[in-house]
Design a protein around this ligand. Structure first.
Ligand code: UD1
Ligand code: UDP
Length: 388
């Protein structure tokens, strides 16, 4: 029996790894052990509850106002005894968080093979997003197997010199997650409040946007909402106290925005499916909204998700007040500009990424025990995809 350990710690990792965990649990040849670092607490627990996933280990490392030092140190020291006790044949980490980086580093120190889910996303700007671009590149150096969501992500890994037979194009597991969450008959009091008014869905949390950029983002949004009283905006505020302070200062008292607590992933995906447009600096939301054909204004200077920009559903608008004001206003006032963005496209997967990852692990094509890889001599395109 092969033992695969899955590690995650924040909300987005949990959303994207729960489908993998659930799929692996159905496989007879694999013993699946789930370890959460608890980098996030409430926001992580909410996802575990939505997917009905119970971890075997919880490192509970979250502290109030935690720094990157706290997270990395906490995981290195708490994860080590778990790895030493369980001795997994492979550890799967996800994406670009400090949990992914520190867990991969711990595995490297103990010489345990790492599989990287959502591998190969890049901006090649080490400060944007910060510290995620470093984290994912560092995990890429450590990982023995790379589960790339798209052909473009696989291409980055090839150019960086990873062995082609260690790379598998699987699609993004976030699309799998949406199979569990999106419902026809969904209702919510905030949607009832919005009624037939255009619903604007807003999220923001990126570390490099804290401070002045985030204040500028919120000021632009307030100006547009004040000029467009027909809109109803809903903003579930991230639990980072710095984000909450900025949101309170800039948006409190604006009549047509509701500032609410983080919502469950089920609520979030159903809000996205029903909104008029979305403003966000989130990574995951850039992958989810294209499925529903909801235009997304990405309040960042860079994106590692160019597929959505190319498909026209995402527009990168930076964090300057004037740019956000202009782009947001245009989408509300210019029907043609809105329609040009509002079409469904699904560049991130077909909802079967977890199945593919489980198949690869179960059949030993990505065999951690012999070190042999996927299709010899080439990237293994598990799904139909156009290579660059
Ligand atoms: C982390 C990830 C980021 C990801 C984001 C998803 C890193 C470096 N960053 O950023 O890539 O996009 O998660 O949301 O790994 N907090 C709570 N309760 C919670 C969650 C967070 O109080 O349930 C507080 C923490 O105590 C901390 C702050 O929010 O003070 C920020 O959390 P942290 O995990 O440090 O970074 P994020 O900005 O959430
Ligand atoms: N999300 C959620 N509740 C919220 C806001 C977001 O469940 O109140 C979900 C969202 O659908 C997406 C994920 O959280 O799947 C994105 O997380 P976040 O923006 O915090 O992190 P990122 O994707 O930028 O790393």
């Amino acid at each position: 029996m092969k033992k695969v350990m899955i590690v995650f710690g924040t909300r987005p990792e949990a959303i994207k790894m729960c489908p993998v965990a659930k799929e692996l649990k159905t496989r007879k040849g694999i013993q699946t052990v789930i370890c959460v670092t608890g980098q996030h607490r409430n926001m992580l627990d909410s996802v575990l509850e939505s997917f009905r996933v119970t971890p075997d280990y919880d490192l509970s490392i979250m502290r109030e106002n935690q720094t990157l030092f706290d997270i990395t140190q906490g995981i290195l020291s708490e994860f080590r005894p778990v790895l030493e006790a369980e001795k997994p044949d492979m550890v799967l980490v996800h994406g670009d968080t400090s949990t992914a980086f520190a867990a991969a580093l711990a595995c490297f120190y103990l010489q345990i093979p790492v599989g990287h889910v959502e591998a190969g996303l890049r901006t090649y700007r080490i400060d944007s997003p910060y510290p995620e671009e470093f984290n994912r590149q560092a995990v890429g150096v450590i990982a023995r197997y790379h589960f790339a969501p798209t052909a473009a992500a696989a291409e980055h890994l090839i150019r960086e010199g990873k062995r082609p037979d260690s790379i598998f194009i699987t699609g993004n597991t976030v699309i799998d997650a949406m199979r569990y969450t999106v419902r026809e008959d969904y209702t919510h009091p905030e949607l009832e409040w919005a009624g037939d008014h255009p619903l604007i869905f807003l999220t923001a949390h990126r570390r490099e946007n804290l401070g002045t950029p985030m204040h500028q983002m919120f000021r632009a949004i307030r100006r547009v909402l004040t000029e467009h009283p027909e809109c109803r905006a809903v903003y579930p505020i991230h639990m980072n106290p710095q984000v909450r302070r900025a949101a309170e200062e800039e948006l409190r008292g604006c009549a047509n925005i509701h500032l609410i607590e983080p919502i469950s992933v089920i609520d979030c995906h159903n809000f996205e499916a029903r909104c008029h447009l979305c403003l966000t600096d989130s990574g995951g939301i850039q992958e989810e909204c294209p499925t529903f054909g909801r235009p997304v204004l990405v309040m960042r200077d860079t994106t590692e998700r160019p597929e959505g920009v190319e498909s026209g559903v995402l527009r990168l608008v930076g964090t300057e007040e004037e740019s956000i004001y202009r782009n947001f206003t245009e989408l509300l006032e210019n029907r043609a500009a809105y329609e040009a963005m509002a079409h469904a496209s699904n560049p991130y997967g077909d909802g079967n990424a977890s199945l593919r990852i489980a198949d690869i692990l179960e059949t030993g094509r990505c065999d951690p025990w012999t070190g042999s890889g996927g299709t010899p001599g080439g990237v293994s395109a598990e799904m139909e995809t156009e290579t660059e």
